[in-house]
Design a protein around this ligand. Structure first.
Ligand code: HEC
Length: 152
């Protein structure tokens, strides 16, 4: 079960990479960490999330099922959205800190800090037909960290 989920993630990453390779826009390449550190919620969405959720956030079905974030009633809960990004959910990868990954999986893992998770969640909750006015801070995301994160 766990293995299938991981294969799905890798397949999605490869799909995302090939989508990037076909794009004429050089700025759609994966962001180097030094650039990512200063990225806005919109840039994080464009460089990381849209590979699975699609540029218009309408989701996709193919190698896996990627839910729409456009007009997504589940985003009413900012905490649900942030916890999903922080800790992952089934085939959605965790973007919070991981210390248990090795090799290829460690290479593929993208670490977002609490401020970056807050920024991208605030972005998706106020775009793509979502109009949630309340916003999350980095401290709100910090409070969502599991007490003992991601034990192998
Ligand atoms: C590798 C593919 C992949 C990437 C990259 C990805 N997601 Fe997801 N995401 C998923 C999948 C698959 C689900 C469905 C999880 C489930 O089964 O509940 C999901 C679910 C979600 C949900 C919950 C939606 C709902 O209504 O249940 C949110 C919010 C979300 N993703 C936000 C993001 C954000 C923000 C990013 C970028 C930081 C991102 N995702 C990157 C695959 C991905």
């Amino acid at each position: 079960m766990k293995r299938t989920a991981r294969c799905g993630i890798i397949a999605a990453m490869l799909l995302a990479a090939s989508a990037h390779a076909q794009s004429p826009a050089a700025d759609e390449a994966v962001l180097p960490p030094a650039v990512l550190a200063h990225a806005s919620g919109e840039q994080i969405f464009q460089h990381i999330c849209q590979g699975c959720h699609m540029p218009d956030a309408r989701g996709a079905t193919g190698a896996g099922t990627y839910p729409a974030l456009a007009k997504d009633a589940n985003l009413e809960s900012a905490a649900f959205a942030a916890a999903t990004v922080l800790s992952g959910r089934r085939d959605m990868p965790a973007f919070g800190p991981r210390t248990d990954l090795q090799g290829f999986e460690a290479m593929l893992h993208v670490d977002l800090d609490d401020a970056q998770i807050a920024a991208v969640v605030n972005y998706i909750r106020s775009h793509f037909g979502n109009h949630y006015a309340d916003t999350l801070s980095a401290a709100d995301v910090a409070a969502l960290h599991p007490p003992t994160p991601h034990k192998p």
